[in-house]
Design a protein around this ligand. Structure first.
Ligand SMILES: [Zn+2]
Length: 302
């Protein structure tokens, strides 16, 4: 299944700080005493938000969402605890010496099927979010308070924060189910509404961002050659596109399809790939909401 690509989605997002954010480059500012103690991570001299930081925050929040709605953590349900070696899907599957890739995927929890574990590769990728306009960087001072004595344990120290700027990133999904798309949409909505934060001191209110859902490209590679326009093309997950045998082997959800928002249509790109492009916040979020309906049905079915 990983060898063929049946569906693909690429989401373009603009992320803007809503207050101070700090994604730390390391624990210290190095040897240069003029640098702040905690610096924002940089590449080629510009600050950026690493894709790995975004993925970490989105994964952790997807775990919370899935756990609050589904118990258990295997066979496409729930979320395992990746830090608990006895319970994590990857370690369990290795212990049980499962060899077939279908079963490794099939026996993983909902979250591992999407984000990957030690035996299943990830179906979602986050690119680094790079600035596209002028970024405002400020320096702040802080102290870390000793939790027991209430005295100053570390510091004072100074740290760098970004308070303004637009960072562009893209998130791509390959061979995804509609439920997987939906849960990532829920997590991104919470990130964009400030319910969760990014980076340093997020539990103390830093790291709040707003999200602009710019564009979502949906693609079914070669689907136009396989089933030439006999059926109306809708929002199709891997369970709908992979065929019955593969769906059964991997445990993809049945009826993995939803109605596309009425103002969106798939078209053949002339090379047999069907594609639809949602543009602007409203249209993009409508696709995620359509996928969410599919997840709701899957959960009520149990
Ligand atoms: Zn898992």
């Amino acid at each position: 299944m990983h060898k063929q690509l049946v569906n693909e989605a690429i989401l373009e997002l603009a992320i803007r700080p809503n207050g101070p954010i700090l994604i730390k480059a390391g624990e210290t500012g190095g040897l240069d005493p003029t640098h702040p103690d905690m610096e924002f991570v940089r590449t080629l001299d510009q600050v950026f938000i690493p894709g790995s930081s975004l993925k970490g925050v989105v994964r952790a929040h997807c775990e919370r969402i899935v756990r609050s709605l589904q118990t258990g953590a295997r066979d496409g349900r729930g979320a395992c605890d990746p830090l608990n070696r006895r319970a994590a899907c990857g370690e369990r599957i290795e212990r049980e010496r499962v060899a077939a890739s279908e079963q490794k995927y099939g026996q993983s929890c909902f979250i591992c099927r999407l984000f990957g574990n030690t035996v299943v590769s990830s179906r979602i990728r986050f690119t680094d979010a790079l600035p596209v306009d002028k970024v405002l960087i400020e320096e702040r001072n802080g102290v870390a308070i000793d939790r027991i004595f209430g005295s100053v344990a570390v510091g004072p120290f100074n740290y760098e924060v970004v308070t303004r700027g637009t960072f562009l990133t893209s998130i791509s999904f390959k061979n995804f189910t509609l439920s997987q798309l939906a849960v990532v949409g829920l997590a991104l909505r919470d990130l964009g509404e400030g319910r969760i934060g990014l980076g340093f001191a997020k539990s103390r209110g830093m790291g709040r961002v707003t999200i602009d859902w710019r564009k979502l490209e949906l693609r079914y590679p070669l689907a136009g050659l396989k089933q030439p326009q006999a059926t109306p093309v809708d929002l199709w997950g891997v369970g709908r596109l992979a065929g019955d045998a593969a769906s059964q082997a991997y445990g993809f959800p049945p009826n993995d399809s939803a109605q596309l928002p009425s103002d969106l249509h798939f078209e053949d790109d002339g090379w047999g790939t069907l594609q639809a492009v949602a543009e602007g916040s409203e249209q993009v979020q409508a696709v995620f909401r359509a996928a969410l309906g599919r997840w709701r049905e899957e959960m009520t079915r149990g």
